[in-house]
Design a protein around this ligand. Structure first.
Ligand code: PXP
Length: 243
């Protein structure tokens, strides 16, 4: 199972002073040196953390895979088509939210998403759709031509008790099984940390986990190189235990 490191919150810290550091591009280089498998950032409409120049620089510097998270906003789409990341992950976006709060409604916005999947793929960019672990959403994602889905693990991560946590975990397990059976690539992420990631690592069929906040928070104490290494080690250990 691969690890994608989301560097948004390095930029959150920089934007707190509107200064030059810390720099998400430097963070991305160190994360790659520590062994991560891709770099993720989210260019939001309100530019609260990642800025356009970060996206262009990351495209130049990232040696693994560059995954740009974005909403289907025409200005952002134009930037993405110009930058040409290896992959885009389409997410819903609301200005007032603190972070992405749920999956895309692929069924409701099927036509718009389908048209844009085609635009990206024609430019050599793979497309992932960030969705809830819901079989109907997965089926529609396949129907409209997505390469990958990213299953939203936020409800699992935020569960308030064990039974709720296992209920959410089971939904994720069933969703992964179904998505793999119909030929979709499967990633997962949101809210994953050093404690809750273990159970997700044990799910066969997930190709990549995208993790940001917990890694950047740990970096404050141990540095980003060590924080990424520790997360990689947890993923590898849990995968091994499962085999
Ligand atoms: N995946 C997607 C689609 C996201 O929007 C985010 C948050 O930007 C993440 C993964 C990473 O979530 P977290 O920062 O909680 O690890």
């Amino acid at each position: 199972m691969k690890l994608g490191v989301n560097v948004d919150h390095i930029a959150t810290l920089r934007q707190a002073r509107r200064g030059k550091y810390p720099d998400p591009v430097e963070g991305a280089i160190l994360a790659e040196l520590a062994g991560c498998d891709s770099i993720v950032c989210h260019l939001r409409e309100d530019r609260r953390h990642i800025q356009e120049k970060d996206v262009y620089l990351l495209r130049k510097v990232v040696k693994t895979k560059f995954n740009l998270e974005m909403a289907l906003n025409e200005d952002i789409i134009k930037i993405a088509l110009d930058v040409k990341p290896d992959q885009v992950t389409i997410v819903p976006e609301r200005r007032e939210e603190l972070t992405t709060e749920g999956g895309l409604d692929v069924i409701k916005f099927s036509e718009k998403i389908k048209e844009n999947i085609k635009r990206f793929q024609e430019n050599g960019i793979k497309v992932s759709l960030f969705i809830e672990p819901d079989l109907n959403q997965i089926e529609e994602s396949k129907k409209i031509g997505a390469d990958y889905i990213e299953i939203h693990t936020g409800r699992y991560a935020e569960a308030e008790n064990e039974s709720e946590m296992y209920e959410e975990l089971n939904k994720i397990i069933k969703a992964v099984e179904y998505a793999v059976s119909i030929g979709l690539g499967v990633n997962a992420g949101h809210g994953l940390n050093y404690k809750n990631v273990g159970k997700i690592c044990k799910i066969k069929g997930i190709e990549e986990l995208n993790i940001g906040y917990s890694i950047i928070c740990r970096s404050i104490y141990v540095g980003i190189y060590q924080a990424v290494k520790e997360m990689k080690e947890i993923i590898e250990k849990n995968e091994k235990e499962n085999n």
